[in-house]
Each structure stands twice: as structure tokens, then as C-alpha cells.
Design a protein around this ligand. Structure first.
Ligand code: SIN
Length: 516
């Protein structure tokens, strides 16, 4: 049976929840998540949310830091909106009960991370900032009667009718397919860390929204820019758990296998250099042996300041104040995504995107640390406001055409799908990771073409995710091959120099072009 909503939001992280909270006053909202609502990249964000709460000079410096970290590719208007709208959006979070850490006088505690010129990052419960923001937003959204929450539901595809995105096809538990008609659809479905074998991202981060927008004809922008977080836990057999950049903000040093610091020789900001610089330096040092975070000299009680990280390390017999902690980079954040304007509008009428799924150009070639939660908050609300405006002008909704019947003939064996996905993830890590070349990228492209022949075709969540990962891997490799320069997170061993002018890559239906 067809369901009708004024707004459909795909994704339950900070972007989707903030958008839903704003949309609810203007109509009915359906918010869809693939797993339980709390399971998103937002909940895993540790270090904090970068926000300039100290007035005009603070805002100016935040803009400056964002532009510098983005290595010449940041869209200034997007970054200006981010830093200027950040403080009022964070005030709204405080209004719904988000509790950031404060000192004994009740002032916010602020930390620092890479490429920030001052300490401006708010955090919560030490290193559980994302979880606290998700908690407060969720509690708030649950009180809103016009928002319907649908968990454990995979969004299969967008429905197009008369040249307009008119709804979504959903796969509910028990393999039930349903169609939902929507005035407008917001993709707030996050990033795609699962495209790499080594990632800090949870299992849900398979880039579904980006892939379905691409299938529907939306251009994707700057897809070659994938950020690798410098310090994921690097013990054999252990998960690539994020070891927040805030550790370095609180004094952690990086040491190589000989026990020497190496960052002072690489960048004037040493351990607090931009993330792409630190990640590459660690990768190079790792060729000679393990690299460690060292906080043994730090006097504060780190189990109190970083309770989540400390509990994780404790389960491996390690303590921040006592031990060297092995680290190496892992895939963390996609700077590229569905091309949008500053208000989440894509080129497809009725389709909006915001947060990590979108590309406004706000991060350029390398995102400034802790700007991602702020991005979700600011651009989620911007998109919601634009959707409300559009809805006023376009209320003419009728039933979308029936979706194609699902192909249930090839429900592959689950183990075979996992093996296929793992092959793709290993391939991307090896040939389209931190250090790239035409040789590796060419190999990745050829292997992806071969893998298309054995692509899982069934209508299960994993088969759908496998196809989405393949779509995005293909786009990322094509974009990375096309960008014959090194900039920000995209480093070509065969093209270490940079193009004179900054150009964005844009890919639509396999056609790649570069534009200003
Ligand atoms: C971290 O805590 O290091 C992650 C913050 C971010 O990705 O910006």
C-alpha cells in the first residue's frame, strides 16, 4: 500500500535528525534508518564539534582554518555559512538539552585538533560528543508527533516520476518492499567508509544515498577526496577503533619504531598539522615499523578526559598514561558526495542532500577536524528550510508509478556476498587508498569491471549495499584517475605537483569533467 508524506528523510545521524526537527512544523515527516536510530557515524564522533562561540574574530579564524585545511578547494560561501550559522545552531542544541563538558565555573571546556589555530572544539562526556548529540536530538525528535521513525529499513532506490524525485522504495525486515510517496526527499545517509578494508566507520556507512542519487542522474562532486584519519588503533586482529585527534590536542606525540618524533620535520604544526599531512607521514613511517601515540608525559588523568577510548584500550591491556599506543591511518570521511547548492538542492527536482552524503565544497580537499558534526547540523537545517519553501510551491502530488518488481531470482549465499564485498574493500585500500598512482588506480578500475560480472543481484540489504559500494568505488577510482595532481587527501605518487587553479571533479552517468 502506498504511503504519503510531505517529507522523507533518509538517515538518522545529526543531519537527518536536525532536518526532521525543523521539517516537522511544516508537514508530515518519515525518517528512515537502516539499523537502530542511534547507529550512525554521528554516534561514533569522539573529539567534538568545532564552533566559534567567541564572536566575530573567532568566526573569522574558524573560516581561515577551514580554508587552509581544505588546500585551496574549499567553497568560501559554504565555509562562511558553516562558521556563521554554527553558533546559533549549537545554541539550539543546548536548548534541547545537549550537555557539553564544562569547567568548574560552568564555562565550556574547549579542546584543539589538527590545523585549528585555537581551542574551539566543544566536547561531551569526554570523548562521546557524537553520542551525546545523537541522544539529545533523538529524545527531542521522539516527542514530535508529525515525525514517524522507521528503523531497520533499507532505502533501495529513489522513485522518479515526471522528471521529479517523488518518493523512495523501502525494504523492510522480512524482505517486504514498500513505496513511499514524498513531496521532497532528503538524503542524509552519510558516508561510505565501508568501501575500504580499514575504516573507523560503522557497518552502516556504505554510501547508499550517494549511489542511489547517482543512479537517478544526480552529479557527484570531488569523489576522489577521501579523508584518512591518521590515528586508528593498529593492533593485529583488533578493530580500527578511532583514537581521537583530541588526544593530540591534549599533548599526544607521534613516535616511529625508533621512538623518535617525526612530525616536527614534516610540518610547522607538527602533530597538529592538517589531517592529510599527518596521515601520509604516518603511512611513510609505517614502512619502517610501527608508529605510536605517546601520552606518557601528559599529567592529566586521561582515563577521566577520554573514558571511551580508555575503556577500549583497557580491553587490550593498554593505558594512555602508561603505554605507547600503536596507530595507523584508516578511512574516515568522504569530502565529496552528491553535488548540492548551499541549501541542499541537487539538480534533480524534489531531491535534497546534506551532511557527509552531500558535497557543498565546504571541506574542499581535506576537512578540518571536527567540522563534520557542525556540517550536519548547519546544512541539515538549511536543506529542511529549502524543502519547506519548495513544498509551499509544489503541493501537486499524485501516486508514483509502480516500482519494477524486485529480482528475487538470485538471492545469493550470504557468505559469497561477504567475500565479494571484502574483495572490493581490500582492492580499494590497496589501489585507491592514501598514496595513489595510475598503475594502482588502473588496476582497481580493471578489477572493478571484472567484479561487475559477479555482482550480487539479490534483493537483500547486503546485496544492495554491495552494489552501492561497487558504484561508488567505480566513481571514486575514475575521479582519482582523472585528477592528475596532488591536493589535500588525494595524493598521486606519479603527479606530486598541483594544477595551477583549483578544479572540482563532477561525474554524471560515468562522464567525468573538471570545472571551476
Ligand atoms: C576525532 O575525534 O579525531 C574525529 C573528529 C573528526 O572526524 O572531525
Amino acid at each position: 500500500m502506498m504511503e504519503f508524506f510531505d517529507f522523507v528523510v533518509v538517515g538518522g545521524g545529526i543531519t537527518g535528525l536536525s532536518a526532521a526537527a525543523r521539517l516537522q512544523a511544516a508537514g508530515s515527516v518519515l525518517l528512515v534508518t537502516k539499523e537502530a536510530l542511534a547507529e550512525s557515524n554521528t554516534s561514533y564522533a569522539q573529539g567534538g564539534i568545532a564552533v566559534a562561540m567567541g564572536g566575530a574574530e573567532d568566526v573569522r579564524l574558524h573560516l581561515e582554518d577551514t580554508l587552509v585545511a581544505g588546500d585551496g578547494l574549499v567553497d568560501r560561501a559554504a565555509a562562511t555559512l558553516l562558521v556563521e550559522a554554527g553558533p546559533p545552531r549549537v545554541e539550539e542544541l543546548l536548548g534541547i538539552g545537549t550537555e557539553f563538558d564544562r569547567d568548574v565555573e560552568g564555562q565550556f571546556e574547549r579542546t584543539r585538533e589538527g590545523a585549528h589555530s585555537l581551542s574551539r572544539i566543544l566536547h561531551a562526556k569526554g570523548d562521546a560528543t557524537g553520542r551525546e548529540i545523537a541522544r539529545s536530538l533523538l529524545e527531542h525528535v521522539r516527542t514530535l508527533s508529525s515525525v514517524k521513525l522507521r528503523e531497520w529499513t533499507t532505502t533501495v532506490d529513489l522513485i522518479t516520476r515526471n522528471g521529479r524525485i517523488a518518493g523512495v522504495t523501502l525494504l523492510a525486515p522480512g524482505a517486504t518492499l514498500t513505496q513511499v510517496s514524498a513531496g521532497t526527499v532528503l538524503l542524509a545517509s552519510g558516508g561510505a567508509g565501508q568501501i575500504y578494508s580499514d575504516t573507523t566507520n560503522p557497518a552502516v556507512a556504505t554510501g547508499d544515498g550517494i549511489a542511489m542519487a547517482y543512479r537517478a542522474g544526480a552529479p557527484l562532486e570531488d569523489m576522489e577526496f577521501y579523508q584518512f584519519h591518521p590515528t586508528a588503533f593498529a593492533m593485529q586482529g583488533a578493530p580500527r577503533f578511532l583514537l581521537s585527534e583530541a588526544l593530540r590536542g591534549e599533548g599526544a606525540l607521534l613516535r616511529n619504531a625508533r621512538g623518535e618524533r617525526f612530525m616536527p620535520g614534516v610540518h610547522p604544526q607538527a602533530e597538529l598539522a592538517p589531517r592529510d599531512v599527518v596521515a601520509r607521514a604516518i603511512t611513510r613511517e609505517s614502512l619502517a615499523g610501527p608508529v605510536y601515540l605517546d601520552m606518557r608525559h601528559v599529567r592529566q588523568d586521561l582515563a577521566v578526559r577520554f573514558p571511551g577510548i580508555s575503556a577500549f584500550l583497557e580491553s587490550f591491556g593498554l593505558r594512555l598514561n602508561r603505554d605507547l599506543i600503536p596507530v595507523r591511518p584508516a578511512a574516515h570521511y568522504l569530502m565529496g558526495g552528491i553535488k548540492t547548492d548551499l541549501h541542499g538542492r541537487t539538480v534533480l527536482p524534489g531531491l535534497y542532500a546534506a551532511g557527509e552524503a552531500a558535497c557543498t565544497g565546504v571541506h574542499g580537499a581535506n576537512r578540518l577536524a571536527s567540522n563534520s558534526l557542525l556540517e550536519g547540523l548547519v546544512f541539515g537545517v538549511e536543506a529542511a528550510q529549502a524543502m519547506i519553501q519548495e513544498r509551499c510551491a509544489a503541493l501537486d502530488l499524485t501516486e508514483p508509478e509502480a516500482a519494477q518488481p524486485p529480482d528475487r531470482s538470485t538471492l545469493e549465499d550470504a557468505a559469497a556476498i561477504e567475500a565479494w564485498i571484502q574483495q572490493l574493500r581490500d582492492l580499494m585500500w590497496r589501489d585507491a587508498g592514501l598514496l595513489r598512482s595510475a598503475q594502482g588506480l588502473g588496476r582497481a578500475r580493471a578489477t572493478l569491471v571484472q567484479m561487475a560480472e559477479t555482482m550480487p543481484r539479490g534483493l537483500t540489504r547486503r546485496a544492495i549495499e554491495a552494489r552501492n559500494l561497487h558504484t561508488l568505488a567505480t566513481v571514486m577510482v575514475a575521479s582519482a584517475l582523472g585528477r592528475e595532481e596532488s591536493r589535500g587527501a588525494h595524493f598521486r605518487l606519479d603527479f606530486p605537483g598541483r594544477w595551477e587553479g583549483p578544479l572540482h571533479s563532477v561525474i554524471t552517468y560515468g562522464e567525468l569533467r573538471f570545472e571551476v
